[in-house]
Design a binder for this molecule. Structure first.
Ligand SMILES: Cc1ncc(COP(=O)(O)O)c(C=O)c1O
Length: 413
């Protein structure tokens, strides 16, 4: 492997000096140049993450793998499965890593995401969002024709009838789960009798095969404090378990009872009947999740590592108490809590301007940035940030070791 340039930082490392960051103007390899250095799954030259053109989205491979392993081990210990949500990474390479670790399938939020996953070798897919228009239903059934492991969600009788008619017209019987509302009034039908009746209808319709239920409690994932989160989750999900029991007693196929997420991954096995967790963010983490606290670390949710970062460059250092960088809302979103400047203290970050980020110095900042300096941000909310980038730089020991396409980026339809 060649080393194209030796930045001042890399020179210090190569010469045996302590690995300290020394501000310097760096090359700034573009996305296109970087793709040119990547061939047959290998980087042909050594490029540090500090030498990337910015903004650039990076994932630390060791931290990502530690997160994947921890989830797989926890699920094995707790006796439930994982069906991770692909909406977080939109990246078939990461989906394959999840499947290799024993996940029973991958969830998708949109039929377009599901198509990308299937076209890249993922053949067990649960699309957690219902499709209501003729266009989408047709698209979903076309995918089901190609992918027998594709499962769809429904939350209304009229919709189930449309799904069935579309399946019959294509000569298939499509697997369907009933989406049950955990009380957040987003999607899903009501607990109890309404959910049971819908499940029975799905079971009877000629084009559909009822295969279980889904109940994702988005409202509990970010509850701060483990005990509160646990109490709320178990209280809300007990009605889901009762509903699942009703379906079982009615003799329906209850192969799947899917729910849960990163905030409740170590609580979900106490939800009786739950078969698998739809965890998404655990692979990357973000400022939103770090803030909720865990079972042992009450300050930070340190169960998983923050593996996803944005590299950004300082554009202006002329103003008192602040500096301006090139990663604003279009690179970081305007989700809050704001991105966290990795490895620094006494400063905060804002990404309110479209193209510009603001570094605000507080008391005793750990450093003052100069124009051209780079900094690394832990993202505010991983899912929408990933959707802003075409590719993910995979980093090991600060060096780019792979480039993974975010193939389902922009697949919002
Ligand atoms: C239906 C559904 N399942 C699972 C997830 C994954 O949640 P998390 O990223 O909190 O693990 C989400 C995230 O929004 C979701 O909407």
């Amino acid at each position: 492997m060649k080393t194209l340039s030796l930045s001042r930082r890399r020179f210090l490392q190569a010469s045996g000096a302590a690995a300290v960051w020394v501000p310097t103007a760096v090359v700034g390899y573009t996305a296109q140049e970087m793709r040119g250095f990547y061939s047959n799954g290998q980087m042909t030259v050594n490029v540090s993450k500090w030498e990337l053109d910015t903004p650039a989205l990076c994932v630390d491979l060791d931290l990502l793998e530690a997160n994947l392993d921890k989830m797989a081990q926890t699920m094995a210990q707790n006796g439930i499965a994982s069906r991770p949500h692909g909406k977080t990474h939109k990246c078939p390479t990461i989906a394959r890593m999840q499947m290799e670790r024993g996940s029973v399938g991958i969830c998708t939020a949109k039929v377009s995401e599901a198509e990308v996953m299937f076209d890249n070798g993922i053949d067990r897919i649960l699309n957690t969002t219902g499709n209501v228009t003729a266009t989408k239903i047709n698209r979903a059934m076309n995918l089901r024709q190609r992918c027998p492991g594709f499962i769809q969600a429904t939350d209304a009788a009229a919709n189930a009838r449309l799904l069935s008619a579309a399946a019959v017209s294509k000569g298939i019987v499509a697997d369907v789960v009933v989406d049950v509302d955990p009380g957040i009034q987003r999607t899903g039908t009501a607990f109890g009798q309404p959910a049971l009746e819908l499940a029975q209808l799905v079971d009877q319709l000629p084009g559909l095969n009822f295969i279980g239920m889904l109940c994702y409690d988005a409202g509990s994932q970010h509850v701060a404090g483990f005990d509160l989160r646990k109490a709320q989750t178990l209280e809300r999900m007990s009605a889901a378990t009762d509903t699942f029991d009703l379906m079982q007693r009615a003799g329906l196929n209850t192969e799947i009872f899917s729910g849960g997420g990163t905030g409740t991954y170590n609580i979900d096995h106490w939800v009786r009947g739950l078969t698998d967790v739809q965890v998404g963010s655990y692979i990357f983490m973000d400022a939103q999740y770090l803030a909720i606290g865990g079972a042992t670390d009450t300050v930070s949710y340190s169960d998983f590592h923050a593996s996803l970062t944005i590299m950004t460059t300082v554009l202006n250092d002329q103003h008192e108490g602040r500096a301006t960088s090139d990663a604003g809302a279009k690179a970081c979103t305007i989700n809050q809590p704001w991105p966290i400047i990795k490895g620094e203290s006494g400063m905060s970050y804002r990404s309110t301007s479209d193209e510009f980020g603001t570094i605000l110095y507080e008391d005793s900042p750990s450093r003052q940035y100069k124009v051209g300096d780079k900094l690394e941000l832990i993202v505010s909310h991983c899912d929408p940030v990933v959707n802003l980038y075409d590719q993910l730089y995979v980093i090991k020991d600060d060096t780019v070791v792979a480039i993974w396409p975010i193939s389902a980026r922009g697949m919002s339809a």
